[in-house]
Ligand binder design. Structure first.
Ligand SMILES: *Cc1c(COP(=O)(O)O)cnc(C)c1O
Length: 484
């Protein structure tokens, strides 16, 4: 029987070997998986084994059997959805986080991870130009980061309306009117649903999917006047006395166009009505770090809460979303737990669990710290700038091909394409995926089937851009040359 430390070392050595092989294969492998989940069911499933297997053998088995079913998402030739790769420092830090196995919820119990995450949070505020007094929480992804911001909003809006949410719940509470742009991400609706806030009012947007501030103004006017005319007691519910609670959700980075809502105008309108403003900046918030992109994010700092992903544009491993909330009291009231067994740190600073939905969790902010430490401000700026530049190059090179139409203004990292009618676009998309040199996702945008390219990987280089152009060109030629 080997000593415990040797049992770790065999398994870790096996994992490191397989991880290196996987990462080294990214440059050349077929990007898509070659088998389905059903194909793999027999390898991983069947009856639960009666006896065990040595750890290193488990890792060998796992890596070997999984390999054909993996997608080369860390590859520079992966352009699907909005999916980042992984920076070396962030990946290695993530391994350490697992080895450390710190339950990162309590500051006094795991001071190192708390200090690292606090530093990462402060760096993010500096990098993105967000208010220095904001609380920063590390959640699983932007869905939960947005949920966190919206939960703080709900607490503050109801509290200001004289309603004790913690004691009395939502039944009978003043209604919170929620507003979203037509092309917000669907997970915003999900967050509102989790919070019992119901379906939002949808505000029209322009061709790039950016909310129309004048329409937002009208929608807010309508809600405030009809609310006081027909909504029962002032404020809409028992004990309500303040203005009608309003929540406006804006977006930095539209999934299809990469478009940014006009923050200066939209936030001015929202604030004139006393609304809380939340910004979903899952991949777009990072534009705020880049001086020449400042027109896209101007005014964004005037919001109350922001959600973003570190696992997209920053390129840390899954899962890592970030919630930023200016009103720390609202956030901690919405998320915190007050019990006797959770001992706060002597210095009275807020605990990590007061800023996110989870109590026990991994120290997922540590890879963020490692990414920021390895890149520095200049490195982050160069990384985001590089993604935007490559997206522009792709759009330029593809737009000159016969039969290719670029549908969006390529200001950021997204390029949406069509190839004539929907059937042709779908055929080209299927062809590109089968070809395997690159991977791009099909989608539907503004009543058209499209092919969407997202440049979100730090390692995407000139050769990857050339491969993408060649793959699209060849697919178009094959589909058009196809005998009908
Ligand atoms: C990806 C994305 C989300 C959801 O983020 P997850 O990390 O998948 O939870 C929300 N909004 C936008 C704009 C996104 O791109």
């Amino acid at each position: 029987m080997s000593a415990p430390e040797e049992r770790y070392s065999d398994a870790l050595a096996a994992a490191a070997r397989h991880a290196r092989q996987w990462l080294e294969s990214q440059e050349t492998r077929h990007v898509g998986p070659r088998v389905t989940a059903a194909d793999l069911a027999a390898d991983f499933g069947g009856p639960l084994p009666r006896t065990g297997m040595p750890a290193a053998e488990v890792i060998d088995y796992l890596a070997t059997k999984a390999e054909p079913g993996l997608m080369a998402m860390p590859s520079g030739r992966f352009f699907g959805w909005v999916i980042g790769g992984t920076l070396p420092a962030a990946l290695a830090a993530d391994w350490l986080v697992s080895a450390w196995d710190q339950n990162a919820g309590l500051r006094f119990a795991t001071p190192a991870t708390a200090a690292i995450e606090e530093a990462a949070g402060a760096w993010l505020l500096q990098l993105l130009g967000l208010p220095a007094e904001s609380d920063v929480g590390f959640a699983t992804g932007a869905t939960m980061a947005n949920f966190t911001g919206l939960a703080a909003a709900r607490w503050r809006l109801l509290s200001d309306a004289g309603w004790d949410l913690d004691a009395d719940g939502l039944a009978g509470a003043p209604k919170i009117h929620c507003f979203v742009g037509r092309e917000r991400h669907d997970t915003i609706d999900l967050g509102l649903r989790y919070l019992g806030l119901g379906r939002p009012t949808v505000v029209p947007a322009d061709r790039q999917g950016r909310i129309d501030p004048a329409e937002l103004d009208c929608a807010l006017d309508r809600a405030t006047t009809s609310g006081s005319a027909s909504g029962g007691p002032p404020g809409g519910g028992a004990g309500g006395s303040g203005p009608a609670p309003l929540l406006v959700c804006l977006q930095a980075g539209n999934l299809h166009s990469g478009g940014f809502d006009p923050f200066l105008a939209a936030i001015a309108v929202a604030k004139a009505h006393g609304a809380w403003v939340h910004v979903d900046g899952a991949f777009g918030l990072w534009a705020a770090a880049v001086p020449e992109l400042s027109a896209l994010t101007a005014g964004l700092q005037g919001a109350d809460s922001w959600g973003t992903d570190a696992h997209k544009t920053l390129n840390v491993p899954y899962d890592c979303g970030i919630a930023v909330v200016r009103d720390a009291q609202a956030l901690r009231s919405a998320m915190g737990v007050q019990t006797s067994y959770l001992i706060h740190d002597a210095d009275g600073a807020a605990d990590p669990f007061e800023k996110v939905p989870e109590l026990s969790r991994r120290a997922r902010g540590v890879p963020v710290w490692a990414a920021l430490k390895s890149l520095g401000r200049e490195g982050v700026v160069a990384q985001v700038r590089g993604l935007v530049r490559r997206a522009g190059e792709l759009a330029e090179k593809l737009s000159v091909l016969d039969g290719v139409e670029v549908l969006n203004d390529v200001d950021y990292t997204q390029v949406s394409l069509a190839f004539g009618d929907d059937a042709t676009t779908r055929a080209v998309t299927a062809r590109i995926i089968a070809d395997g040199r690159v991977w791009m996702s099909g989608s539907r945008w503004q009543d058209r089937d499209i092919l969407r390219i997202s440049v979100s990987n730090w390692s995407t280089d000139d050769a990857d851009v050339a491969a993408a152009v060649a793959a699209v060109r060849d697919a178009v030629a094959a589909v058009r040359g196809r005998p009908s």
